[in-house]
Design a protein around this ligand. Structure first.
Ligand code: SAM
Length: 244
């Protein structure tokens, strides 16, 4: 029936598509995909012949009005991204917001998400966590982003790419402290799935020294900061101001 279905797709292993996702992708009038050529592989694998349209970061706003009109006219549209759950470090936010504002039906079809897959298997506290997405690409902004959460007691969850994993780990060790514990989860659900849990300094040393360990896709989970004694934060802030 009519509505916008936000459908999670696999993050590597094609078997991770739920039966419900499969049925909905086959039944909707249109699939809005981040990259139609990328999604063609998944759709072909499952023999889904639903028409696709591309909806990515750069055309989401332009496409918005016509998609909202289609939904208003009673069409059903599935939104998918290249991997995992749409809107989680992926396009779709503007469309979902517009659909909600227009009073249209928006239906979650949950499934894989790299952050949750990593969190559920890393062995770090999961009762509370903070999803930080991709750290900024430039070193100065990245360090500032880490500084902003340096005393955060909840587990921090980051996405990182092969290009920047070594630099990010170096900056994490510098800002969060060399001894802070973390887990690097790589290539989840794929052939070369690996988990390394250690201090940030040791993780950086290990991954920086092995080109194979730098390949693929990463989730970095950082243990939250240990609670400090009362007054410690204020003293540290003062000290920083004085040092400057
Ligand atoms: N929407 C996706 C989700 O639900 O996880 C995330 C999309 S984001 C553009 C891509 C990033 O997610 C990668 O750079 C990596 O940090 C993480 N990621 C995606 N698939 C992964 C996998 N199989 N193993 C580890 N990290 C993955």
């Amino acid at each position: 029936s009519a509505g916008l279905y936000v459908v999670a797709t696999p993050i590597g292993n094609l078997e991770d598509l739920t039966p419900r996702a499969l049925r909905i992708l086959a039944q909707v009038d249109l699939i809005a995909a981040e990259d139609t050529r990328h999604s063609a592989k998944l759709l072909h694998h499952y023999a889904i012949r639903t028409p696709t349209l591309s909806l990515h970061e750069h055309n989401e706003r332009e496409q918005l009005q016509s998609l909202i009109e289609e939904l208003r006219a009673g069409k059903s549209i599935a939104l998918i991204s290249d991997a995992g759950t749409p809107l989680v470090s992926d396009p779709g936010f503007h469309l979902v917001r517009a659909a909600r504002e227009a009073g249209l039906r928006v239906v979650p079809v949950p499934g894989p998400c790299a952050a949750i897959a990593a969190l559920s298997t890393a062995g770090l506290p999961t009762d509370r966590f903070v999803f930080e997405g991709f750290p900024p690409a430039r070193a100065q902004a990245r360090r500032a982003a880490f500084e902003a959460v340096a005393t955060e007691p909840r587990t921090l969850v980051y996405y990182e790419s092969a290009h920047r994993i070594v630099d990010s780990l170096a900056d994490m060790a510098a800002v969060f402290g060399a001894e802070r514990r973390a887990v690097v989860a790589r290539e989840l659900t794929k052939t070369f799935e690996t988990f390394h849990g250690d201090t940030l300094a040791a993780l950086h040393a290990r991954i920086a020294s092995d080109a194979n360990e730098q390949r693929g896709e990463f989730v970095v989970l950082v243990h939250g900061a240990e609670p400090r004694p009362a007054g410690a934060l204020e003293r540290e802030r003062l000290l920083r101001v004085l040092l400057e």
